[in-house]
Design a protein around this ligand. Structure first.
Ligand SMILES: Cc1ncc(COP(=O)(O)O)c(C=O)c1O
Length: 357
């Protein structure tokens, strides 16, 4: 059987959840499990994240999957509902919504009594400069005060555009607007911290923190490694050596013949490619790990195969090669590919076999 395997380390996930608890001891934790738990597989991840206070997802379908798996914690739809007919379903299934535009408010008000009777909170989204979703200041103050007067329990919600950046001027603007609205609408619960903000601004943890990438053991920062953040990688992505070749100086390998050997070298062909979610671009040299030994990827990544340099390395057919995981961090693979760990994790294909570590 072709071996392209994704191992999920549930203990690492629990470790990372505990890191959130250490960093935000008084806040409730809304574990972000959208996009199939950042590509890790929501079922296995929920089992490890079962002590979370709540879950965050991007759409109703993702929320219903959590309910079908039997979890009863609150769930927040971070983009709210997309059409009126979703409102009755979320009320029945006890799913909470963000509201970020007038039409969503109308839909909510049309179901006011049932929504409130289920004990559901409304997450009112502030647009403080990211300019994706939300009401701006001062409109949001009227929106929240009206909802409160109607009997809704509200959470002021915001998302930082540059929480990963050290000194971005928008951070101050967003923080100030959030604090201003929170005061103008007091008392109100608040939530504005994703992973990077949890690390950087403990004073902004408030009632709910919303960790995503840190749970999965990848870094939200360009310049702080998971080791420095004391997080453990959850996903290990591996494949096997399926063929061995020796090529001479002047010979090339793979599509486009982009790599030409300067001297004799030993290659291993590994059963992994972009059809599995392994990226193809690699503007920079990429590496894999064989039992902790780093070696380079040679030539182009194909749909099902890559070539790696095993000159001087013992790697017979069947040897396991780590594409990313604990030895070769997904953050480093992402960097070589001109992207971020988030993207590589989320775009895993369905083809690799999934196993628990
Ligand atoms: C509204 C919201 N909150 C929290 C998160 C989690 O962010 P991160 O994965 O950087 O922790 C996201 C992710 O995109 C989000 O959209």
């Amino acid at each position: 059987m072709r071996q392209a395997t994704v191992y999920i380390d549930q203990q690492a996930l629990q470790y990372n959840l505990n890191r959130v608890k250490q960093l935000a001891p008084t806040a409730k934790i809304v574990s972000m499990v959208k996009a199939n738990a950042y590509g890790h597989g929501v079922k296995d991840c929920l089992a490890a994240l079962k002590d979370s206070d709540a879950f965050g997802v991007a759409c109703l379908e993702e929320a219903l999957e959590i309910r079908e798996l039997g979890y009863e914690q609150p769930i927040t739809l971070i983009e709210g509902i997309f059409s009126d007919d979703e409102m009755q379903i979320i009320i029945d299934k006890k799913i909470e919504c963000v509201v970020h535009h007038q039409q969503q408010l109308d839909w909510l008000r049309a179901h006011k009594d049932a929504y409130i009777a289920q004990g559901l909170k409304v997450w009112v989204k502030l647009n403080s400069g990211m300019n994706r979703l939300g009401f701006k200041v001062p409109e949001i103050i009227d929106v929240i005060n009206a909802l409160k007067a109607e009997g809704f329990t509200c959470v002021l919600a915001m998302h930082f555009a540059n929480a990963d950046a050290e000194n971005h001027p928008l951070n101050d603007q967003q923080r100030e607007q959030f604090l201003h609205v929170k005061e103008a609408c007091a008392p109100i619960m608040g939530s504005c911290c994703n992973s990077a903000a949890i690390f950087k601004w403990p004073e902004l943890n408030f009632d709910f923190v919303r960790p995503g990438i840190m749970l999965y053991g990848a870094t939200p920062f360009a310049d702080r490694s998971v080791e420095a953040l004391d997080l453990k990688p959850v996903m290990t992505f591996t494949a096997e050596v399926i063929a061995l070749n020796t090529i001479q100086a002047g010979e090339s390998v793979g599509y486009g013949s982009t790599f030409v050997a300067e001297q004799e070298m030993n290659l291993a062909i590994v059963s992994i490619g972009y059809g599995d979610g392994y990226p193809r671009a690699f503007p920079k040299q990429n590496y894999v790990s064989i039992h902790g030994q780093k070696t380079r990827v040679i030539g182009r990544v194909a749909m099902d195969m890559i070539a790696i340099d095993i000159t001087g390395i013992h790697a017979p057919i069947g040897t396991e090669v780590e594409l990313w995981g604990k030895d070769r961090l997904v953050d480093d693979v992402a960097e070589a590919n001109g992207t971020i760990g988030y993207e590589l994790l989320c775009r895993m294909s369905a083809r690799p076999v999934r196993k628990l570590a």
